[in-house]
Design a binder for this molecule. Sequence first.
Ligand SMILES: C[S@@+](CC[C@H](N)C(=O)[O-])C[C@H]1O[C@@H](n2cnc3c(N)ncnc32)[C@H](O)[C@@H]1O
Length: 240
Amino acid sequence: MENINQNIDLKKYFLNLLEKSKMKVENKKIEKMLKFLELLYNKNQVMNLTAIRDKKGMLEKHFVDSLFLTKVINDTEKSFIDVGTGAGFPGLVLAIYYPERNFLLVDSVRKKIDFINEVIKELNLKNVNTSFERSEELIKNNREVYDIALCRGVANLRIILEYMIPFIKVNGRFLPQKLNLNEIEESKKALEILNAKINNIFEFKLPENEDKRIILEILKLKKTSKKYPRKTGIPAKKPL
Ligand SMILES: C[S@@+](CC[C@H](N)C(=O)[O-])C[C@H]1O[C@@H](n2cnc3c(N)ncnc32)[C@H](O)[C@@H]1O
């Protein structure tokens, strides 16, 4: 009985966070997200998947924060890649939200991808593929094929630009999530080399703790030279 009441409270809490953020999510998707939350919470007891250890914190800082992207993503954008997805943020939440669109979730740590594969199986998701290759390796067969690239909490902007811009089509968008605008100035050279520009900056506030969250809209203007990304490890060691 106690468990059922806790689940009802949690659902109410999630719906309230969404309402405060002016977002609507269909009930069957909410149920899937709550199931994902349960799996994450349980796995996090035995394996370090996220530093946020309570369910309400996870709902706000992982689920709602991932869903902010739905305010920026257009109907025409159908293929997505999320590099450094960790426990599935933002990519797995968006894959639940957009069951008709295709997602590739990537993380170089195999046990994280093992967890994501378990969630995919439990939730019976048909629109998600996974890879535990590093992005600099994975690019070989995936150059310029995605409409949207996603990346949250992985590295400095100038580093992730080199990882991500090569994956997207010309006129595709990279939508990195950041906590502030500090990295923009030092990323100017990387943007120029990779033929990309910052087109827009979207600001959000987490509904409960009111911390600021940023989504950068980066547009790919022309094809990327095959020189990029450089060999594995170099983008992080010697950023553009
Ligand atoms: C701090 S976690 C962020 C996880 C998740 N995106 C989130 O926001 O909760 C960063 C993840 O990026 C992965 N990562 C870093 N560089 C990578 C690369 N070049 N290719 C694939 N994964 C990478 C790490 O293994 C780690 O799991």
